[in-house]
Design a protein. Structure first.
Lengths: 266, 281, 207
């Protein structure tokens, strides 16, 4: 067993248990782990944005001399790197920096220019593609002849799909009151939608439970790592378990003495 | 108040404790659970099996550590299968907290392919990791024109043109298919943009929360395969004959589902009794 | 000037992208590629705004000694710690501390935060999942059929349940989700048109 890996894994398990402590009630251990999560995620994102984002797409395009780095402004080759590079990429760089005027109360309107550019591109790209893929292709696949050659159930299923889609679309049309025959079709639609939501719920339960199972598997692997690693590992495991047990006993004593328990946020 | 009514008003922490106990106990046990293979998962497996050695596939690892439980087993199973079959993999990770995990998975899989298939996977010749860029919609569109538009270099800042396996590879037209493993709504961009505009063959591995929503795309042919959550991952592990975390987790899932169903039944019995007594309308 | 030019930019760029889809000419493709590159670069700067917001909020909390202000120190320490670990002269993304903090701090915390949802869904199922109406009963039955589909202890009923679950996913569930997808698609197109035509101006913020 590598002690280095085991100690890092012990840290991971400790943070996991701190987070799980929220299930009993909100407490400083949970708050600490939550804050650490936010901070570390933000720091990680900064590094990824820098090394995977700005450096290759902006700086390495503007400064192309491979013997120089873009930040080595003191070097003789810096200017030649700029001349041989694609210096016009400075323009989107400047546009990007204009976004930061968003924080200014007086000059905040300047940030509208790059935002407008981005919004225009994203929405313009979406129109034909979303229309084609979410609407046209889905409708085309719905309005097909039922295929009874594949079996009676297959044919009936095709008919159910057509009727189900139409009834569902009727339900979402709120410009007409859901009364009379329109209301009856809309009611059929909501029943179909409920079957769909039930199917999603069934899948969701499996999805959510999976996340907890993986955490328990990780803790189990840590215990095995310590057990297989010998006496030192077992001592660390026992210390962590003892700390958790003491905290649980303290809480139980408070509870039995009749102190009000805050409960979880959920 | 009878027993069912009492139970239906139980402090939620007892429910948490019961669930945790069930999971911890069943994780410790070792037994087999039969897994049925669904056609939508088999399509993905058959696609990878059908690729000749040396052909390219694009693995889009677009998930965060929050979905790791369901997504990692899929990633490992598919990439191991592909690398053992000597396919070349282009990897991207368009989720903000995902690149580190994708890199970790890539390095682990390179080791396990060496162990299980006796094959040395060389970075840059057999697999390349392009990394992360923000705004998946724009990135997916740009990769359809040329990978170099959004990824002039790989995750380690090596220019793409100096990487052996990327020479002659311009866009989706040069890869045989895209397998997307994701827990985010970026799947809509891949379907609409990558498959919709560039007709790239696309298969998806999704979290359990999302899986049921994408069956319409499967039927319309916009995706050729769908792996849903932990079950999809377990089915794939069974197909590649490499039982892993997903198959192990499914036997735990069986018991936790039984417990949750019991919770629902008890809750409803308590509700019906209360309603009969006129306490609840 | 402050509103008109952004509206013009949105209109021109949006119209270009919508029309470009139908124009495979090489000039149109070149402009399209050019625009893609610029958009990615601009977008990166936009994401950095969120990081600055986090720093500002945390510093303000520490300065004003708001309740639980000490945790803002943890946030800033975590953030700056990761940034320092990831600096290129210390090894960048391949550095020991950066990798280990990602693997043994960030991944477990992130995964555990999300795993709490397992308990909440169990609690919600127990407390709120009631067959109050016919609609709720239909939803409940559909969920139960799907939850039992991989249960090996049902015997021959298990195979039938699995087949029924597959049929539910591929027929009524498909119909329901397709209706939702079509509705969303129409909504996206309508909203995009409103943005391009300047009817929807929420992205501009307040004056």
């Amino acid at each position: 067993m590598s002690w280095d890996t085991f100690l890092w894994t012990t840290l991971a398990v400790s943070l996991t248990l701190c987070t799980f402590s929220f299930l009993y009630r909100d407490n400083p251990f949970y708050k600490f782990s939550e804050s650490l999560f936010v901070g570390v995620s933000a720091g990680y994102f900064v590094i990824i944005l820098w090394y995977n984002g700005l450096v290759p797409t902006l700086f390495d395009r503007i400064w192309v001399d491979p013997s120089q780095q873009w930040y080595q402004i003191w070097s003789g080759g810096w200017w030649s790197g700029l001349v041989t590079g694609k210096w016009w990429y400075i323009i989107p760089g400047i546009l990007g920096l204009l976004m930061w005027f968003r924080f200014s109360k007086k000059k905040g309107w300047i940030s509208r220019y790059p935002i407008a550019f981005y919004i225009g591109i994203a929405t313009g790209a979406a129109i034909p593609l979303e229309m084609q893929n979410r609407v046209n292709r889905q409708l085309a696949d719905t309005l097909i002849s039922p295929n009874f050659s594949a079996g009676f159930i297959a044919g009936i299923s095709d008919i159910i799909i057509v009727l189900g889609v139409i009834c569902g679309l009727f339900y979402f049309f709120f410009s007409v009151a859901h009364k009379g025959s329109f209301g009856a079709v809309a009611k059929m639609g909501i029943y179909i939608l409920m079957i769909g939501f039930g199917a999603s719920f069934g899948y969701t339960v499996m999805g959510r439970i999976s996340l907890f199972i993986e955490r328990v598997q990780s803790i189990r692997d840590w215990v095995r790592m310590g057990w297989d690693g010998g006496a030192g590992g077992i001592v660390v495991i026992w210390v962590v378990c003892l700390i958790v047990l003491l905290l649980v006993l303290l809480e139980l004593m408070k509870y039995l003495r009749g102190r009000p328990s805050e409960g979880t946020a959920q | 108040m009878n027993i069912f009514e009492r139970i239906s008003r139980l402090d939620r922490r007892w429910i948490y404790l019961i669930l945790a106990a069930v999971v911890v106990i069943t994780v410790m046990l070792k037994y087999e659970t039969p897994i049925r293979i669904s056609p939508e998962v088999r399509s993905v497996y058959d696609f990878v099996e059908a690729q000749p050695p040396g052909s390219y596939i694009h693995m889009a690892i677009d998930y965060d550590p929050g979905s790791l439980a369901e997504m990692h087993p899929m990633t490992y199973a598919i990439m191991e299968q592909a690398l053992c079959r000597k396919l070349k993999i282009i990897m991207t990770a368009l989720s903000p907290n995902g690149p580190g995990m994708a890199e970790q998975a890539m390095l682990d899989i390179m080791d396990s392919v060496k162990m299980h298939c006796g094959r040395e996977v060389v970075y840059g010749k057999d697999i390349v990791f392009l990394g992360y860029k923000p705004y998946p919609g724009i990135v997916i569109l740009s990769m359809g024109q040329n990978y170099r538009l959004s990824f002039p270099s790989d995750y380690y800042n090596t220019p793409l043109d100096s990487i052996d396996m990327m020479k002659g590879i311009a866009n989706y037209g040069d890869v045989n298919g895209i397998i997307l493993i994701t827990g985010t709504s970026g799947v809509d961009y891949w379907i609409s943009y990558a498959n919709g505009r560039y007709n790239a063959p696309l298969a998806v591995g999704l979290t359990g929360v999302m899986a049921a929503d994408y069956y319409p795309y499967l039927r319309s042919g916009q995706i050729f395969g769908l792996m849903g959550g932990m079950l999809g991952a377990a089915e794939y592990e069974k197909l590649v004959k490499r039982p892993g975390r997903a198959m192990e987790a499914m036997r735990v899932q069986v018991w936790t589902h039984i417990v949750i169903i019991l919770f629902i039944i008890i809750g409803n019995i308590g509700y019906l009794i209360s309603r009969r007594k006129g306490e609840v309308k | 000037m402050k509103k008109e030019i952004p509206l013009l930019i949105v209109f021109v760029s949006g119209l270009f992208m919508a029309v470009q889809f139908f124009v495979p000419h090489s000039t149109s493709e070149k402009i399209y590629e050019f625009v893609m590159e610029w958009t990615i670069i601009i977008g990166i700067f936009a994401l950095a705004l969120g990081i600055w917001s986090l720093i500002r909020v945390s510093v303000n909390r520490i300065r004003r000694r708001t309740p639980n202000w000490q945790y803002s120190i943890v946030i800033l320490a975590g953030m700056f710690g990761m940034v320092i670990f990831g600096l290129s002269f210390l090894g960048g993304v391949r550095s020991y501390m950066f990798r280990h903090f990602f693997d043994y701090v960030m991944i477990p915390l992130h995964a555990t935060m999300f795993s709490l949802l397992a308990f909440f869904i169990a609690s919600a199922a127990f407390r709120a999942f009631r067959a109050r109406t016919a609609l709720a009963t239909v939803l409940l039955l559909s969920a139960l059929i799907l939850m039992l589909r991989f249960n090996p202890y049902l015997g021959p009923l298990g195979d039938q349940d699995a087949a029924l679950a597959a049929w539910i996913l591929n027929v009524p569930n498909l119909a329901a989700k397709r209706a939702i997808i079509i509705g969303i698609g129409l909504g996206i197109v309508a909203t995009a048109l409103k943005v391009i035509l300047g009817i929807e101006r929420g992205y501009m913020g307040s004056d």
